[in-house]
Design a protein around this ligand. Structure first.
Ligand code: 9MR
Length: 371
């Protein structure tokens, strides 16, 4: 792991890159296989630093935007090497009526991603949110709800068998204090819904990595400890779990320190699972000042550095890359500008700061060989 002083060096180098963006981009462009790429080849640089991928979430409504699509698929796999559908594999999209399955939206993202040599993180199979009316309004006994869950997972994972690097099997099942969230699943089935979901996913696609995914587990604390206990408990029961997704929806200037993110990742990998940064974004108050955007670049770089530093951190996914499509302003009024590009597809300093982290790791041979 790098010492804090080395992080400072990285920060200073990043600062230098901001001062001379044209020269910086030119030097990065030499490494990019696609010479027309207008920004650093983040996925290629991540791979040179030892990660499996650098990727992004996307959603179906933005795909017809030609400029957006150029950045998402046209520059793949140089810029982004991995995609997560933000909504179209969720329960309300995939099983809108009981036992009637619809894969149109998910396929519209996964197929072009695979065609552009990207890998897919598939999201998600069990959540308290975005469930269809028939499911939330029904009154289910324990056995029936278990079979509904198993049937959903068998069908959806079966449809995408062989296409997903990973599935977020269970999403956000914990409260911030580490207790189980009271929801449709827990209130009827109890904590057993989690091993049941993982078992069903394992049976339907033996090769997909099976993840637990949550927010506020990016630094040590009650919720992270509870997620670690969940991993241990599943493993003790002989249930396959391969990874933990650290969502990483951060606020500029308030992100966990490098040391705490690294220590937290290592607490998970010590249990025999990989970790991934699955939904990274850094929101700031709007309108954003230059200082906030500079801080945001440092914050993005800190999380990229943490992943580079930890042997079992396989990659980072940003939760969409262009501000015009970010979920943030709709959920946190007064906040936004959370993504790597502004609404005109102009790269923010965070693009260069992340690239710098990967380049330094590759140049200093601090990378791990994980591919
Ligand atoms: O990005 C998704 C947004 O379009 C939806 O409106 C929202 C509904 O809850 O879900 C967003 O994605 C979430 C993800 O599935 C799980 N972690 C939090 C993400 C942001 O809310």
């Amino acid at each position: 792991m790098k010492a804090p002083s080395q992080l400072l060096t990285t920060t200073l180098l990043v600062g230098a890159a901001f001062a001379a963006p044209a020269r910086h981009y030119k030097s990065v462009a030499k490494r990019a296989a696609n010479s027309s790429l207008p920004v650093p080849a983040l996925n290629k640089l991540a791979q040179a630093a030892g990660l499996k991928y650098f990727g992004t979430a996307t959603d179906n409504p933005e795909l017809p935007n030609a400029e957006y699509s150029q950045y998402l698929f046209g520059y793949a796999p140089q810029l982004f090497g991995q995609v997560t559908p933000a909504n179209s594999q969720k329960w309300d999209a995939t099983e809108p009526e009981q036992n009637v399955f619809n894969y149109t939206g998910g396929d519209a993202i996964i197929q072009p991603a695979l065609n552009h040599s990207m890998i897919a993180r598939c999201h998600n199979l069990n959540w308290y949110n975005q469930n269809p009316e028939w499911l939330t309004s029904g009154t289910w006994d324990n056995a029936t709800l278990i079979s509904i869950l198993q049937n959903h997972i068998a069908n959806v994972v079966g449809h995408y068998k062989g296409q997903c690097y990973a599935w977020d099997v269970v999403n956000e099942a914990l409260n911030d204090n580490g207790t189980y969230r009271s929801d449709l699943w827990y209130d009827t089935i109890g904590p057993a819904f989690i091993p049941i979901a993982f078992q069903a996913a394992a049976a339907a696609d033996p090769n997909a990595k099976l993840y637990y995914n949550d927010y506020n587990i990016e630094s040590p604390g009650a919720k992270s400890t509870a997620a670690q206990q969940l991993v241990s408990s599943l493993k003790a029961q002989g249930i396959r779990i391969d990874g933990v997704g650290l969502q990483s929806h951060f606020i500029g200037g308030e992100t966990p320190t490098l040391d705490s993110q690294v220590a937290n990742m290592q607490a998970f990998t010590a249990l025999g699972v990989e970790v991934a940064v699955t939904e990274l974004d850094v929101r700031v108050s709007t309108p954003a000042t230059d200082a906030e955007i500079a801080q945001q670049a440092t914050d993005y770089a800190t999380t990229a550095q943490a992943c580079v530093n930890v042997e079992g951190c396989v990659g980072l996914t940003v939760w969409d890359f262009d501000d015009q499509y970010s979920w943030v302003p709709g959920t946190f009024p007064g906040y936004g500008a959370a993504d790597l590009f502004d609404a005109n597809f102009t790269a923010k300093p965070a693009v260069a700061s992340i690239a710098q982290v990967f380049q330094s790791a590759a140049a200093n041979a601090t990378k791990h060989t994980r591919r």
